[in-house]
Design a protein around this ligand. Structure first.
Ligand code: F6P
Length: 461
């Protein structure tokens, strides 16, 4: 078994035990690194006033954690700039928010080149290298130019946009060409893959053959779909254990037998949060029996707070939730509990378990693991109902959910009412089919499917 090198912008904590906040993905990657031996390489999360230093190295068991600090200019141009003010909005179909600047593009190229340069001396000839997400689309091309011949895989955690959206990016061709230096490209859904193939055929003049083979820019590689999963069993167990915890008991006591609708999202404009609150407002207006009897708990840890669009969405959400509470609240009941902070996964699992409805309504989402975690956390005797956006990758697999269009806030309100009043047997049937899906394709299966495909796949060149 060859050694594994994982590259991601955020690197899991260099600890042998699992930190409370750590998600299933980090745990699954660490387990593979521990088993095969390997390196986890990425940004330290620190921004230095001065210039770069050499990577910091920490050895824990079989894993070397190698992290690099960014200087202020590169943080601004690469992370805040091109990654999160250009690629993120564009890949989530928010052309109106995407900024196009040669300066931030240069920063993105600089950081990709620098990371490749720092990674190369850590590599062995037989390593398998797995790069994650939109921060590092140029990494393989940089490594290949430096002579790297190892197997190189890339998984995109966010959506891949349709051709007319991507074509708005002035440097679309450079990015796709650089991606073609990988041996294997992984996408979340078939739709993402089709959009990529469409680009290859129509824009790059390349070929799409059998078994995911792509020929483009003088290179041969594979592109396939690998829908990411969650740590289903672990999360289900956490939910059961957490049900009797202090926090969950406190929550239940405060509800006083009212039904709970739960939303858990990073504070991001792609999550459809304003429309979600408006949908809840429609619910209270159209179905007034819910007044006083339903509580909507929206847990929204702040994210990328120094990018201006994130500041705007925060203000707008505060205003919208405040307006709805101001309109409907009574002295003994508040309709929305809007929390701007994070909780441990264990507590969240317990909160999911005692919720009647999981409300997941992104405008666009690569997969949305919260939807899968909500399913994993339910009890088979009395499961809650998932109300899920058709624009989340998870909607392809979770056909037992009530699928909604998040832009249609009145439609979402109707489905919320259906969820709140759904008979037990229908809830159980829907949940069974979803649980089956998240149990079969969990995060470990996803990881192994990708690594097996990378092992089998031919070399790009
Ligand atoms: O889901 C995409 C992603 O970029 C993850 O890779 C990351 O952990 C998360 O969003 C949070 O974003 P950030 O790393 O920018 O805080």
């Amino acid at each position: 078994m060859s050694r594994l090198v994982v590259v991601s912008n955020r690197v899991g904590a260099a600890k042998s035990s699992r930190p409370a906040s750590e998600g299933g993905l980090a745990v699954a990657l660490r387990a593979a690194l521990q088993e095969r031996g390997g390196v986890w390489f990425g940004w330290s999360g620190k921004v230095l006033a001065s210039d770069y230093e050499t990577p910091s190295m920490a050895e824990v068991g079989n894993i070397t954690y190698a992290t690099i600090d960014l200087n202020q200019r590169d943080y601004d141009d690469y992370y805040k700039g091109f990654a999160n003010s250009t690629l993120w909005p564009l890949f989530h179909y928010r052309l109106d928010l995407a900024e196009f600047s040669r300066k931030t593009w240069a920063g993105y190229q600089r950081v990709n080149a620098h990371f490749a340069h720092r990674l190369q001396p850590l590599l062995r000839d037989t390593d398998t290298i797995w790069v994650h997400d939109y921060h590092f689309t140029l990494l393989a091309e940089n490594l290949r130019s430096a002579g790297c011949k190892q197997k190189l895989g890339f998984f995109l955690h966010i959506p891949w946009p349709a051709l007319p959206i991507l074509a708005a990016l002035p440097m679309h061709s450079e990015i796709v060409k650089a991606l073609c230096a990988f041996d294997l490209l992984g996408f979340q859904t078939d739709e993402d893959l089709w959009c990529f193939q469409d680009y290859i055929r129509r824009e790059a003049g390349g070929e799409v053959g059998k078994n995911g083979i792509i020929k483009a820019f003088g290179r041969v590689l594979r592109a396939k779909t690998f829908p990411i999963g969650v740590d289903t069993e672990v999360f289900a167990k956490m939910a059961t254990e957490s049900e009797g915890s202090k926090q969950v008991e406190r929550l239940q006591k405060s509800l006083n037998n009212r039904d709970l609708i739960i939303g858990v999202d990073r504070l991001d404009y792609s999550k459809g949060l304003i429309n979600r609150v408006e949908a809840f407002e429609h619910l209270l207006t159209t179905y007034p029996d819910n007044r006083g009897n339903v509580v909507f708990l929206q847990i929204t840890p702040p994210s990328r707070g120094d990018v201006s669009d994130y500041v705007d969405i925060r203000h707008e959400l505060e205003a919208t939730a405040g307006r709805v509470n101001g309109t409907f609240a009574e002295y003994d009941w508040g309709p929305i509990r809007y929390l701007n902070k994070s909780f441990s996964r264990r507590v969240l699992a317990g909160f999911h378990r005692v919720s009647k409805v999981g409300l997941v309504t992104p405008f666009r989402d690569g997969m949305n693991l919260v939807a899968k975690e909500f399913v994993a956390a339910q009890s088979s005797e009395d499961p809650g109902v998932l109300v899920l956006s058709r624009f989340a990758g998870a909607a392809r697999e979770l056909d037992g959910a009530l699928i909604v269009n998040p832009y249609d806030t009145e439609g979402v309100a109707e489905r919320l009412q259906e969820a709140l009043t759904m008979p037990l047997k229908a809830r159980q049937d829907r949940w069974q089919s979803m649980y089956q899906a998240v149990a079969v394709n969990d995060v470990t299966t996803w990881r192994e499917n990708f690594l097996q495909a990378l092992k089998r796949g031919g070399r790009a060149r």
